[in-house]
Write a protein that binds this ligand. Sequence first.
Ligand SMILES: [Cu+2]
Length: 239
Amino acid sequence: MKKFLLSSYPDGLSRRWAGSIYEAIQELGTWAWRVGSCLGLLGISVEAATIEGRVSLPKVRVAPVINQRYEIIATGGVLGTNPPLAVVYLEGKFAGAATPAVVQMIQREMAFVPALLPVRIGTKVEFPNLDPGFHNIFSFSLAKRFDLGRYRSDEKPVPSQVFDALGLVTLRCDIHEHMRALVLVLDTPYFTITDEEGSFRLIDLPAGAFTLKVWLDSKTIRERPVVLVRDTARRMDFP
Ligand SMILES: [Cu+2]
């Protein structure tokens, strides 16, 4: 949650923001990002903690498929994305945990989109089929075993699963052997996927002592301890 004390700002600024609280918060966020260190001195509460950084990703393993943003590939039994991406997440004890949202992983042009889906434990994932023919999603993974059977785009309600155990779930299609996806079930509401350069930004984080983890592939998780202080942004790189 973003918070601010309007009265704490210099006169000119508070007058400018008086018309629209929403715009003020937006503007404040941008401004705070640039001069975050000054805010502590002014005693202004702007936003919860932020971590941004960069993960050094492995090199692209094979030429990317043109009509997909990325896909899941297996290299020597290790599953990861191609081009490589990482999931960055904060682990620890979080008070007042919100109910997980319903999210979707679609099937389009014979591929899962997104191919890598991090979710919080307890999240319901729907699997709509947007292709003209049948798909048949299944998983043999310990964290979630299921078989949705064959269905087309008109299937109602949209077939879904609740991911209620931690770990990595590999999804396949019984009809199209090349189709593969990963659901990474995490014990945290704070996670994101890097871009292809490895850059990430986690926002609205609580204050406290936590572990920042980076999932690189099915065999590689890196981690660093972190103490977050309210209203501060910090940088954490994984070179
Ligand atoms: Cu299929």
